[in-house]
Structures are given as C-alpha cells and as structure tokens.
Design a protein around this ligand. Structure first.
Ligand code: DGL
Length: 238
C-alpha cells in the first residue's frame, strides 16, 4: 500500500516545508528528494523545468508515495497544473508565494522575494490580481542567483546578492516580506537585518495544513502511533 508522503525541491529549500509538515503530521513516513543536480530551478525554461520535475515525480511514484508535496514555489507555479493533468491519480500539494496571506492581513507595502521563474509566472501575477486591495502595494522582486547561493552555502555570494537586491528597499516602509522561495527561510536572520520592522511571511504552515486536510479528506492519514521515518534521496551534479 502506498503510505509515504513524497516531498521535493531543487535541493535543501524544501526542508523548511518538510519541517512544518512533520510538526503536524509526526507519524507519517516521508521521502525527501533534494534535486541538487538541477538546482537552480528558477532560471529554467518552462519545458526544461517540466521535464526535470516529471523525472522527480516518476521517481517518487516508483517509491509508492500517496501524496507529493512540491516544496518549491518555482516548480509549483510553473508545473502543478500540467502535473495534475498528466498524473490524474496522484495527489499534489504545491507551494505558492504567500501573497494571499499578506493581503488578507492588510499589510500596506509587501515585498515579494522569489526566483525569476516564480516572479515571471502567470500564477504569481494571478495571485496579486486576485488578492490585492486598492490601497495595497505589492512589489515583485526577482532574486536571480539567491537560491543557488543558499543551496551552495556560499555566504559571500548570499551577502553580496542581498545587498544588491534589498538595499534600496530598506527604508521604504515595507511592512511585510513574502519569502516566495523555500530556500529563503534558511536565511531569515540575514533578511531580518534589512527589514527589522517588517514581518517575514512564508507559506510553509499553509502547505502543512493543506497536506493534513487532503490526507484527512481522502482517508489517507496513517494509523501508526510511533514517530514516522524520513528517507532522503539527493541528486548531485556530476
Ligand atoms: N526552493 C525553490 C523555490 O521555492 C528554489 C528554486 C530554484 O532552485 O531556483 O522556488
């Protein structure tokens, strides 16, 4: 019986998502696929990214998962619709920039940080259109190279990129910063330095709640009482 939850990202970013899911579903068994070989996802064409993601999904399905969490905003905003069409029997939960959360909480000036792929996706623009009220201001900021620098733990590059992208917003009354890439919560301390008076928002808790809801409504929650396991698969660059 398929009894595991598959979670994937272009590397370690999705671990921030897995952590939240594990908090509310501790007894489930997980397979985490870190597709470091293909990092970054954020600068791939739609077609190239879909082919990469399809390979990961096939691998997870061969491991008999009952649900797949796309713990990556880029892969979600660009691929989830087609995945649902191509795999009608698989349950998918995606990760999107938490623009709705920022709008619903009435922040006035929201800065959305994400990969160029996510920022350029139709879905992100749809989220703004659907949720933004007239008096709200939403700035979409593509952070080319940042997810890759975080994946490589390249502190010098991370610091340089943060200065390049964020300096000009430091004193602009930004009251919320949406972390629209699952790699970004890893550097939330560094982000806080630029935005001391802003709230950092990520969608991971929402994703975790959604996973629980989908499993519940499909009668797929595990009945195990003991703590679940996590299996890791890591693809590496040649
Ligand atoms: N964690 C991925 C995301 O949420 C990073 C994408 C990338 O590899 O560029 O978008």
């Amino acid at each position: 019986m398929n009894n595991k939850i598959g979670v994937f990202d272009s590397g370690k970013g999705g671990l921030t998502t897995l952590k939240e899911i594990k908090k509310i579903l501790p007894n489930e068994d997980y397979i985490y696929y870190a597709d470091s070989k293909n990092n970054p996802y954020g600068n791939k064409t739609d077609e190239a990214l879909y082919n990469i993601v399809k390979e990961v999904v096939d691998k997870l399905i061969s491991k008999e998962v009952k649900l797949i969490v796309i713990a990556c905003n880029t892969a979600t905003t660009k691929c989830i619709e087609k995945l649902r069409q191509d795999y009608p029997n698989m349950l998918f939960v995606g990760t999107e920039p938490a623009i709705k959360v920022a709008c619903d909480n009435n922040y006035k000036n929201t800065l959305v940080l994400a990969t160029p792929g996510t920022i350029g996706s139709e879905r992100t623009h749809e989220l703004v259109k659907k949720n933004k009220k007239d008096e709200q201001n939403i700035i979409l900021l593509p952070c080319e190279g940042l997810a890759e620098a975080i994946e490589n733990s390249d502190e010098v590059k991370i610091n340089k990129l943060l200065d390049k992208y964020l300096k000009e917003y430091e004193n602009k009354n930004i009251d919320s910063v949406v972390l629209g890439c699952t790699h970004y919560p890893i550097i939330s301390d560094k982000l806080k330095v630029y935005f001391r008076n802003s709230d950092l928002i990520d969608g991971n808790i929402g994703v975790a709640n959604r996973v629980k809801y989908i499993l519940e409504t499909n009668n797929l929650l595990t009945d195990k009482k003991e703590n679940g396991t996590i299996e890791f698969i890591i693809s590496k660059k040649d």
